[in-house]
Design a protein around this ligand. Structure first.
Ligand code: P6P
Length: 336
């Protein structure tokens, strides 16, 4: 018998039924995000056909050039999440917390997001993605502030991303494992395609931007040089390297076949007064939640990412995440 399969909406509602007293609001937030990702998938697939590539001629709060699609996808996320289910929003593309218009009812959830991670890859037609994290909002606060978002990653109630590649794939955790949903563009539904995804504990594949090698701290120099020595070296095996420059694509590969993704602290960042490259609230924490829920590990090279106490909406941190045994080795080198 032909099977449609399990839609994301059905999956979310079945999860909701497991929580007695659930109001359905959390489910609505997830469905709002799914709607936004369907729209973004449509936009990214058209690219030059609809004139959405290239620079917007502006900078974000980090002083990084904004692409047209950074702004467009941010607008899509804001509209989709302004339907009375979220309490407030925070985005890589917005300096401050986004409070909803006064005529919109407030939900009980804070949502942070990077609307189009790796957006510079849009101009060269390489995979990009939307990353999101959901936390509880404080009770009875009409307009949450940045302080309300300063919650460690362990407080996340859900995290996910949508990868816009050959397929559009939504990857979601609500704290009970990781599931993947592929967008069937013919019927406009995300359909469950991989359940309870687990990352292999060991790997032979690392992802790091080697052009920064001369700036790395000694333990990171040691780790990567050992990988490069291959089977003749102390690791006793050859390694492969990947670098897509889209964190979403790297993490998706790691969820699929294992690996380690590293964006370390380095002396160039220190000299510039930076604390890392990737953003804690809407990149490192959501991806860390997903990786941990898939049996992997996520650290700063020194400590667990999800236990960090955030101090700023756009705070950056070093990131080492993926196959548990490999991340443990790297973290051990840094804490030796
Ligand atoms: P680099 C994309 O801009 C991003 O935030 C991550 O998705 C990606 O892993 C990293 O930066 C790429 O950084 O220095 O290689 O351009």
């Amino acid at each position: 018998m032909y099977q449609i399969g399990t839609t994301l909406t059905q999956f979310i509602l079945e999860e909701q039924r497991k929580h007695a007293g659930a109001t359905g609001e959390f489910s609505c937030v997830l469905n709002d995000i799914a709607l936004a990702c369907k729209k973004i998938a449509a936009l990214t697939s058209k690219g030059d056909l609809i004139g959405v590539l290239g620079s917007a001629g502006s900078e974000n709060v980090q002083g990084e050039e904004q692409k047209k699609m950074d702004i467009i996808t941010n607008d899509v996320m804001i509209e989709a999440l302004s339907r009375g289910h979220a309490a407030a929003l925070a985005s890589e593309e917005m300096d401050e917390v986004y409070n909803l218009p006064s005529n919109i009812p407030r939900g009980h959830y804070l949502v942070t997001f990077d609307p189009l991670d790796g957006s510079s890859n849009m101009d060269v037609n390489v995979s990009v993605g939307t990353i999101f994290s959901i936390m509880k909002a404080p009770e009875g606060v009409e307009n949450p502030t940045a302080a309300d978002f300063m919650q460690p990653g362990t407080k996340q109630v859900a995290a996910g991303y949508c990868l816009y590649g050959p397929s559009a794939i939504m990857v979601l955790t609500t704290g009970n494992g990781v599931n993947m949903f592929t967008l069937d563009k013919d019927c406009g539904e995300f359909l469950l395609t991989r359940e309870d995804v687990k990352i292999p504990a060991d790997t032979k594949e690392f992802a790091i931007n080697v052009s920064n090698q001369r700036y790395w701290e000694p333990p990171m120099q040691r780790y990567i040089s050992e990988c490069l020595l291959g089977v003749e070296g102390p690791r006793g095996k050859d390694f492969n390297m990947r670098w897509v420059a889209s964190m979403v694509a790297e993490i998706h590969r790691i969820l699929t076949r294992g690996g380690i993704f590293i964006y370390p602290m380095d002396s160039k960042m220190k000299a510039a007064g930076k604390t890392g490259k990737l953003r804690l609230l809407y990149e490192a924490n959501p991806m860390g939640f997903i990786v941990e829920q898939a049996g992997g590990m996520a650290t700063t090279a020194y400590s667990r990412i999800m236990e960090l106490q955030p101090t700023d909406l756009h705070q950056r941190v070093p990131v080492v995440m993926g196959s548990r045994n490999e991340v443990e080795l790297v973290t051990g080198y840094h804490n030796a």
